[in-house]
Design a protein. Structure first.
Length: 92
């Protein structure tokens, strides 16, 4: 008997949901924790470059434990570099 559908077993996100339910892992935060998160201040970037506006695509495998490798590319509009690309590889 099916009691709840958590998603497609072939989707990595569904595996997480199955684990959460099977092991009784909490997935909601108490109101005081959510309030603390809303009131928190962003950490200054210091000498780091802010890349949040770049549409990076993660390249980590589906079985990765962390998603910390990503790439971005666009065609170079410079006529002196016809067929060239701007490429960024981001590794956390």
């Amino acid at each position: 008997r099916i009691t709840e559908v958590l998603g497609n077993i072939n989707e990595p996100k569904s595996i997480s949901l199955v684990s959460i339910h099977a092991r009784g892992i909490p997935f909601e935060f108490p109101p005081e924790v959510e309030l603390q998160a809303r009131e928190s201040k962003a950490t200054p970037l210091g000498k780091r470059t802010d890349l949040r506006d770049i549409p990076l695509v993660t390249i980590d495998g589906a079985d990765a434990r962390d998603f910390d490798d990503a790439v971005w590319a666009e065609a170079d509009p410079d006529p002196a570099n016809e067929g060239g690309w701007h490429i960024m590889v981001a590794i956390a």
